[in-house]
Design a protein around this ligand. Structure first.
Ligand SMILES: O=C(O)CCC(=O)C(=O)O
Ligand SMILES: [Fe+2]
Length: 377
């Protein structure tokens, strides 16, 4: 194989973990000529996904910082509106997924999250709000420019999603033909965008700003205002057993590892992979726990864009990932050199195929309908 993934020997046990996430500049993938630069980016993405499932993506060559800054201003204007005005676009007027959710309406791991938000999904043909996820997006009308500016951002993030997916496919060792097939699963992304507002956590609050969860999709591009100390990422560190952590998903009261802060870095979005990448890589890349604890005094705004597979995409382990895991096919020849035995079986698939839309319906269907659900429950 000729991919960077194959030529770099990254073994999880030998590299020390950084205490802050790696920064990867997507720039070379924006320029046609920079082949060597692209390979470096792909190798860095592969290493970051093996080790952390999280990284900073430097997009300063792709977006002007004034653009997302303007979005956070618009978001603040919305969250400052009287509650009745915000409720006009409540998700209860639609499919219970698209629209505004009031403070503490979202529940993660059984506890109310101390945030409010507006959720948008890819628009669908023939919307029908009685069908799960099939309603219409609800845009605030009281704030001039809101919809146009956010729609411009959505277009940019969708394009960025395809660019980063290609860079990651190369890093994983996909052939160009395999990438074409893979691309057909993500080229009409059933994206989600959330605009989240976090008041400071009250001292006695029994819960989090956003409880510990893994994102369930493909790639998250998280833009946040400059607030520090809020987002935390769980770094798995085998052997390092931390105390039981309240608020972890059920059955995960103790994890081996540590929480690190992922403060915003100018020019970057925080990027993480979700459960779909875990399936595509047959568990080689893991979807990583994260949470938000905002104890500052300000009102924090974040705008995660979730670049997801196509609604009808079948998601299953990719051949490139199975090749990387195929310990069995590395056989020694008569000279003691190992080579791939093409007739040997690839690694066994440990993840079952999933139709993304079906999986998504199970995740969000019925949430917020007074049933105490939530995006991450
Ligand atoms: O607001 C943040 O920093 C993170 C939000 C998040 O993890 C999510 O919406 O999935
Ligand atoms: Fe998340």
């Amino acid at each position: 194989m000729t991919s960077p993934a194959a030529s770099i020997d990254i073994t999880k046990d030998t590299l020390p973990k950084l205490t802050s996430l790696p920064i990867i500049n997507i720039g070379p993938y924006l320029h046609d000529h920079d082949k060597a630069g692209r390979l470096c980016v792909s190798a860095a993405l592969h290493a970051a996904c093996l080790e952390y499932g999280f990284f900073y993506l430097d997009i300063s060559e792709y977006v002007d910082p004034s653009e997302p800054e303007e979005l956070t201003k618009l978001a603040r204007q919305f969250f400052e509106l009287p509650q009745e005005e915000k409720e006009k676009i409540s998700l209860q007027h639609q499919d219970y997924a698209r629209g505004y959710q009031r403070l503490k309406e979202n529940v993660t791991n059984g506890k109310a999250d101390n945030h409010e938000a507006i959720d948008f999904y890819r628009p669908v043909e023939n919307p029908d709000k009685t069908k799960p996820l099939w309603g219409e997006n609800q845009w605030p009308t009281a704030i001039p420019g809101f919809r146009e500016k956010y729609e411009r951002w959505i277009e940019k993030m969708k394009k960025l999603g395809v660019i980063v997916m290609e860079a990651m496919a190369v890093g994983l060792g996909c052939t160009p033909e395999e990438w074409e097939d893979f691309k057909s699963k993500i080229d009409d992304s059933f994206w989600v965008m959330r605009i989240i507002g976090y008041p400071p956590l009250p001292n006695a609050f029994d819960g989090f700003s956003c409880g510990a969860h893994r994102d369930y999709g493909c790639l998250t591009f998280l833009y946040t205002d400059p607030t520090k100390g809020a987002l935390e990422v769980f770094l798995r560190e085998p052997g390092l057993v931390i105390q039981a952590t309240p608020g972890l998903p059920p059955g995960e009261t103790v994890e081996e590892g540590t929480w690190i802060k992922a403060d915003p870095i100018p020019g970057c979005v925080v990027c993480n992979i979700g459960d779909m990448w875990e399936t595509w890589t047959n568990g080689l890349y893991r979807s990583t726990l994260h949470r938000v604890i905002h104890r500052g005094t300000n009102y924090r705004v974040s705008i995660p864009f979730f670049f997801e597979p196509n609604f009808d995409a079948v998601v299953q382990p990719l051949p490139a990932a199975l090749r990387l895991q195929d310990g069995d096919s590395k056989v020694f020849d008569d000279y003691g050199l190992w080579h791939h035995d093409e007739e040997h079986k690839l690694a066994e698939k440990r993840y079952h195929p999933i139709v993304y839309g079906e999986f998504l319906k199970k995740k969000v269907g019925g949430n917020f309908a007074g049933s105490g659900g939530g995006k991450y429950s």
